[in-house]
Design a protein around this ligand. Structure first.
Ligand code: ADP
Length: 608
């Protein structure tokens, strides 16, 4: 699974800290704004009141000084009073008489104005005035205070006082305080951020650990535990989480054990099992089913079961759910050999009644069906084989009964045919009995050590005699060394097999020809072969000539007195000896029958 780390700036950790900081910032902003506004107002107000009070006191003091007539010291006294007053924030104090002539000024640079008409425009009104304005020379804010000076009696205005004070310094004080406040706020914010990060970490750390543990569980690792940091809600959550992962682990282990058990049962089952989901797509298939259907797992998972079993034409998935009896699947064409599989279907239903899938059990019934078919074929063959001679016998006997027995010429002929047919039936019944005994393993081979070379020669000598007496011109060629080859065999049976093959070689070579007989030994086997130059056997029938009752040309074979059991008996005999028998043939050119027998050279043989 991909490990997705949350970027720091989108993490809860950062968000909690951010909320703290933002809350603090908003508080500081509001408090700061109110505080600075109040501070500024009160500072300026206090300053103005202060200056006004001082100016009023000064005006009273100056009133008596101005009233002193003919005082030579008056001018210097006024100057001294103004100078004394002009301290700290007071920038200039100017005294103007009732006619508008400057009597004195505290500003040393403006002493030239004394005795001249005052030209300060606002000053000319002589009205009491308090005003804040910007000094055009310095560009700084100044507080202008104009106070009228009354005569000591208080009835007439004898002059006026102009005071310019530096209010800018007060504003500067407020600005400095604002700046200090700003810096303090910044420091507070930084500390808050650090504390908030630390505090939020105590919340997000357990959550982060739980997330990691959840990731591990999702990846199938149940071993970890989250650390429980306290008894608070997060601590309780951590404990619950540990309990949960323990339970998941337990459940998973139980499920794994169940699955392993099921897997092992499925793997060792001799029947194929296929499981599907509720749509009919394969989710499970055991090895037996894969072998039966000759496929690999990767190919079929998620494939439709209808497609896999090639049932799409006949059934829908719903039909399979409802189908009661078994379905016989024929894969003979696909596998190019007879393959019959019986499939049983049963649906998987939950307690709620919901159908969650289908289970299909497959049995290989090829052999069973084959055996059954062979049995049916055999019964049909036997009945057929017996009916033909019996029918012909019946008609001859009927003819005899109808009066033919009196005919001294026909009667013996008819009786001869009846006798031949009876003999044929007896031969066939004997052959069948022999085969049946072989099938039941009731025949024990009377094995003895025989010189195969001698035995083969003996059989061939007999056939030479037969050929001599017949009018057909067969030649038997022997292509084998005269060296003794000692094998452990049942002589009678071996003679029966050789007779059968040699008889066939002549039976199915109507034009005569050479019958070549070979005997050769290999490392562990001795191989006999008999080749003729007869009709041959069509390729498609070559494998079937050893089957019971099989005959390439039924009519011809019957005419020759064959029952189609000779080669079947020969095959059983040779197999009972631990050997093998097979044929090679080319149509119209001839056939070769091979017999191989197990052989171990004796020491005497080697010495020879
Ligand atoms: P049958 O009694 O009919 O000869 P066999 O079992 O001996 O029965 O042989 C089975 C069939 O195999 C025969 O009917 C024949 O069609 C075929 N066959 C056997 N041997 C030869 C051969 N040498 N050449 C051609 N066909 C042969």
């Amino acid at each position: 699974m991909k490990k997705n780390r949350t970027p720091f700036f989108s993490s809860v950790h950062f968000k909690i800290a951010l909320v703290f900081v933002l809350l603090l910032m908003i508080s500081i902003e509001i408090i700061g704004a109110i505080f600075i506004r109040v501070l500024e107002t009160s500072t300026i107000q206090t300053f103005e009141e202060n200056v006004t009070n001082q100016v009023e006191t000064l005006a009273t003091n100056l009133s008596s000084e101005i009233s002193k007539k003919n005082d030579s010291q008056q001018e210097s006294n006024l100057k001294r009073i103004l100078d004394e007053f002009s301290k700290n924030e007071i920038l200039e104090v100017r005294l103007v008489d009732d006619k508008g002539i400057v009597m004195a000024t505290s500003d040393p640079n403006l002493q030239g104005d004394v005795g001249k008409k005052n030209d300060y425009e606002l000053f000319n009104s002589f009205n009491q005035k308090k005003e804040e304005r910007t000094d055009p020379q310095t560009g700084q804010r100044v507080f202008i205070n104009i106070e009228q000076i009354y005569s000591p009696t208080g009835d007439t205005v004898i002059g006026s006082l102009y005071v310019k004070s530096n209010i800018e310094s007060k504003y500067q004080q407020v600005s400095e305080i604002t700046l200090i406040f700003f810096y303090a706020s910044m420091i507070a914010l930084i500390f808050t951020l650090i504390i908030a990060l630390l505090v939020s970490r105590t919340i997000t750390k357990p959550i982060g650990e739980m997330k990691q543990q959840a990731d591990r569980i999702a990846n199938g690792d149940y071993s970890g535990q989250v650390e429980v940091y306290g008894k608070d809600e997060l601590g309780q959550l951590g404990e619950t989480f540990n309990e949960l992962s323990y339970r998941v682990k337990e459940t998973q282990e139980t499920m794994d054990a169940e699955r392993r058990r099921l897997d092992s049962v499925l793997t060792h089952m001799s029947d194929g099992v296929i499981g599907t989901d509720r749509r009919g797509n394969i989710i499970l298939i055991n090895d037996t089913a894969l072998n039966l259907l000759r496929i690999g797992t990767e190919d079929v998972i998620n494939q439709s079961i209808l497609e896999l079993l090639k049932l799409g034409d006949k059934y829908s998935f719903r039909d399979l759910l409802e189908v009661q009896e078994d379905v016989l699947l024929d894969f003979s064409e696909d596998f190019s050999e007879t393959t019959l599989i019986r499939a049983e279907f049963s649906m998987i239903r939950r307690e709620s009644g919901f159908i969650s899938g289908l289970v299909c059990v497959l049995h290989d019934v090829t052999k069973k069906e084959k055996d059954e078919e062979e049995r049916r074929q055999f019964v049909s063959n036997v009945s057929h084989e017996l009916r033909t001679p019996l029918t012909s016998m019946k008609s001859y006997i009927e003819a005899l009964l109808d009066g033919a027995w009196q005919d001294s010429e026909v009667a013996p002929q008819f009786l001869k045919v009846t006798q031949e047919e009876t003999n044929r039936m007896i031969r066939m019944i004997n052959d069948l009995l022999q085969l049946s005994r072989m099938d039941a393993n009731k025949i024990e081979l009377q094995k003895e050590l025989v010189n195969l070379n001698e035995l083969f020669n003996y059989v061939l000598d007999r056939f030479d005699m037969v050929i001599k007496d017949s009018d057909r011109n067969y030649v038997i060629k022997r292509e084998f060394t005269q060296r003794a080859i000692w094998v452990d065999i049942d002589t009678d049976r071996m003679i029966q097999v050789l007779d059968n093959i040699l008889n066939n070689a002549m039976k199915y070579s109507p034009d005569g020809g050479t019958i070549t007989c070979r005997l050769l030994e290999t490392h562990k086997n001795v191989v006999l072969s008999i080749s003729d130059e007869g009709l041959g056997i069509p390729k498609q029938n070559l494998g079937r000539v050893f089957d019971r009752f099989f005959r390439v040309d039924k009519a011809r074979s019957r005419a020759m007195g064959g029952s189609g059991l000779g080669l079947a008996i020969s095959k059983e005999s040779i197999l009972a000896h631990g050997g093998n028998i097979w044929a090679e043939s080319e149509e119209n050119k001839g056939s070769t029958f091979f017999i191989s027998l197990p052989y171990e050279p004796y020491e005497e043989d080697l010495w020879e």
